[in-house]
Unconditional design. Structure first.
Length: 59
Protein backbone atom coordinates (compact mmCIF):
# COMPACT_ATOMS: atom_id res chain seq x y z
CA UNK A 1 0.00 0.00 0.00
CA UNK A 2 1.24 3.49 -0.85
CA UNK A 3 0.18 7.04 -0.07
CA UNK A 4 -1.03 9.06 -3.07
CA UNK A 5 -1.77 12.76 -3.46
CA UNK A 6 -4.74 12.90 -5.83
CA UNK A 7 -5.98 16.02 -7.61
CA UNK A 8 -9.42 15.86 -9.20
CA UNK A 9 -10.81 18.61 -11.45
CA UNK A 10 -14.46 19.14 -12.30
CA UNK A 11 -15.35 21.54 -15.12
CA UNK A 12 -18.60 23.18 -14.06
CA UNK A 13 -20.97 25.54 -15.85
CA UNK A 14 -19.48 28.66 -14.24
CA UNK A 15 -15.92 27.58 -13.45
CA UNK A 16 -13.68 24.72 -12.40
CA UNK A 17 -13.41 22.99 -9.05
CA UNK A 18 -10.29 21.22 -7.81
CA UNK A 19 -10.27 18.62 -5.04
CA UNK A 20 -6.88 17.59 -3.62
CA UNK A 21 -6.65 14.75 -1.13
CA UNK A 22 -4.15 12.27 0.26
CA UNK A 23 -5.18 8.63 0.34
CA UNK A 24 -3.65 5.23 1.01
CA UNK A 25 -4.26 2.70 -1.78
CA UNK A 26 -2.77 -0.30 -3.56
CA UNK A 27 -2.84 1.33 -7.02
CA UNK A 28 -3.48 4.60 -8.83
CA UNK A 29 -6.92 3.34 -9.85
CA UNK A 30 -7.81 2.60 -6.22
CA UNK A 31 -6.39 5.99 -5.18
CA UNK A 32 -8.71 7.72 -7.67
CA UNK A 33 -11.73 5.87 -6.31
CA UNK A 34 -10.74 6.64 -2.70
CA UNK A 35 -10.33 10.35 -3.53
CA UNK A 36 -13.70 10.44 -5.28
CA UNK A 37 -15.32 8.79 -2.26
CA UNK A 38 -13.76 11.33 0.11
CA UNK A 39 -15.03 14.15 -2.11
CA UNK A 40 -18.56 12.75 -2.16
CA UNK A 41 -18.50 12.48 1.65
CA UNK A 42 -17.43 16.14 1.90
CA UNK A 43 -20.21 17.22 -0.50
CA UNK A 44 -22.73 16.19 2.15
CA UNK A 45 -21.40 19.06 4.31
CA UNK A 46 -20.78 21.64 1.58
CA UNK A 47 -22.78 24.29 3.44
CA UNK A 48 -20.12 24.19 6.18
CA UNK A 49 -17.22 24.94 3.80
CA UNK A 50 -15.10 28.06 4.06
CA UNK A 51 -12.57 29.01 1.40
CA UNK A 52 -9.14 29.48 2.99
CA UNK A 53 -7.16 30.64 -0.03
CA UNK A 54 -7.73 32.64 -3.20
CA UNK A 55 -5.93 34.03 -6.21
CA UNK A 56 -7.48 36.93 -8.13
CA UNK A 57 -6.21 38.25 -11.46
CA UNK A 58 -7.42 41.09 -13.65
CA UNK A 59 -7.97 40.02 -17.24
Amino acid sequence: MATYKVTLKADLKHGAFYWVSTVDADSEAEAMIAAENLFMAEMENASDWNFSDSDIEIL
